[in-house]
Design a protein around this ligand. Structure first.
Ligand code: AMP
Length: 198
């Protein structure tokens, strides 16, 4: 029985980190629109160039582009999907619901990673420092200035999804400020409960 979940939360909340664990521990497939868009921007196409400009300003790419990217990947399902950084707008949430219905699938749980905003800024600074120390290129949108814009976009366009999924009875939350293992354990408990419901 496949299980499909959405990880919801502001940038820097740890969605990507938790998604990695779910891939390893449960064999779920991660669908990160941020990763797909970073791939598109490095492709050197006109679309990639436009996407890069929007990302570097910390704004959201159009719904049409991201829904298109997700649609392309949905055929590859196995044990289920972890949607990471998608949906980010109400229109994307509606589009996802329609896509899942087409495949006779559903979203089993939407897990909000609750975090403290002030802590997010220091997390992002730390992420950039660690990346630089490892000799890897730092994401251009991981600067405190762009990060502030990304956070604003989150509150304006993505936070309304909390109400949307709450109203559907699908919203769960974990303490995103807890240690990584503890967050993983809380997510695991939610998934086990959902899986138990069949
Ligand atoms: P992320 O890696 O999820 O933090 O995404 C990095 C950037 O990619 C965001 O700041 C947006 O510019 C863009 N992006 C990622 N996912 C979406 C989405 N679902 N809708 C619109 N833009 C997105």
């Amino acid at each position: 029985m496949a299980i499909n979940i959405i990880l919801l939360g502001p940038p820097g909340a740890g969605k990507g980190t938790q998604a990695q664990r779910l891939i390893q521990e449960r064999g779920l497939v991660q669908l990160s629109t941020g990763d797909m868009l970073r791939e598109a921007r490095s492709s050197g196409t006109e679309m990639g160039r436009r996407v890069a400009e929007v990302m570097d300003r910390g704004e959201l790419v159009t719904d049409e582009i991201v829904v298109g990217l997700i649609r392309e990947k949905l055929g590859q399902g196995g044990k289920g999907f972890i949607f990471d950084g998608f949906p980010r707008t109400l229109a994307q949430a509606d589009a996802l619901q329609a896509l899942m219905a087409e495949m006779d699938q559903r979203i089993d749980a939407v897990i909000e990673l609750r975090v403290d905003d002030a802590a997010l800024v220091s997390r992002i600074v730390k992420r950039a420092e660690e990346t630089r120390a490892a000799g890897q290129p730092v994401r251009p949108d991981d600067t405190p200035e762009v990060f502030a814009d990304r956070l604003r976009e989150y509150y304006k366009k993505t936070a309304p999804l909390l109400g949307y999924y709450y109203a559907k009875g699908q919203l769960r939350h974990v303490d995103g400020m807890a240690a990584m293992d503890e967050v993983a354990a809380q997510i695991g408990a939610i998934l086990d409960k959902e899986a138990g419901r069949g």
